[in-house]
Write a protein that binds this ligand. Structure first.
Ligand code: F6R
Length: 236
């Protein structure tokens, strides 16, 4: 585990983008696991800049996103598909058909989740997984629970997650209460994991996740067992 402390969001975003860019340069047909939320926005901006400068080519890679709200279609401005198109995919030369975001409107989410995991496995697994972390230690939408769930599955969001995400909606009542999320299986099977955390509100989650016991009550703590984990934090 490599924990890097930086002193600004800009530095965090630059470093994270450099790690992702190295992955793409080393293996142009790599599989990237991607995250949404406010933290990776600066990382994606840096990646777009590298693409615009001609330093990065996205045309042969494949992406799988971690999660999506249940009930939101991809054209809903708060859906994670919309977020990814808006913050990254529309600005680089990734092939749209090679970008995967879980379908929040899948008729049979259980079967869909298994098929999503199989699609990742069929691509040879994830080479580099980018993660944010919730204030409660969640990764993707794996909320504190009694057990770690391996497969892509549906979850009921924690009150604290709904509270944290209401800033993106007109009111808290509009925040979906359920989501479909990659489980720990595909995340832990990723060859490399890069977790980014920004702001004082994430301090406790980082401490509990990486300096405390491994427990599903703190979902990110399982990452202590990952053989190639980098954490970049700006916690001031
Ligand atoms: C989003 C995701 C979530 C976020 C987490 C932190 O795809 O998987 O786990 O990474 O909620 O969100 P921000 O970055 O908004 O603090």
């Amino acid at each position: 585990m490599n924990i890097i402390h930086v002193s600004s969001y800009e530095e965090l975003s630059r470093k994270a983008a450099d790690i992702i860019a190295s992955q793409i340069l080393m293996k142009p047909n790599c599989v990237l696991g991607l995250a949404t939320g406010s933290t990776p926005i600066g990382t994606y901006q840096n990646l777009v800049k590298k693409y615009q400068q001609g330093d990065l080519d996205f045309s042969t890679l494949t992406t799988f996103n971690l999660d999506e709200y249940l009930g939101l279609t991809g054209d809903h401005p708060q859906s994670y598909r919309y977020f990814m198109n808006d913050n990254l995919f529309n600005h680089v030369n990734v092939r749209p058909e090679c970008t995967n975001v879980p379908d929040g409107c899948a008729a049979d989410p259980k079967a869909y989740g298994l098929a999503y995991d199989q699609a990742i496995a069929d691509m040879g697994g994830i080479d580099l997984q980018l993660l944010g972390i919730g204030n409660n230690g969640h990764i993707a939408f794996n909320e504190p629970a009694d057990v770690f769930v391996a497969e892509t599955h549906t979850v009921t969001l924690d009150k604290s997650t709904i509270e944290a995400n209401k800033r993106f909606f007109n009111s808290i009542d509009e925040v979906p209460t359920q989501a479909i999320t990659m489980g720990m299986g595909s995340i832990m099977k990723a060859k490399k994991v890069l977790l980014i955390a920004n702001g004082a509100a994430k301090k406790e989650a980082i401490e509990k996740s990486f300096y405390g016991p491994i427990t599903p009550e703190v979902p990110a703590s399982i990452l202590q067992l990952h053989p190639d984990l980098t954490v970049i934090c700006n916690l001031d």
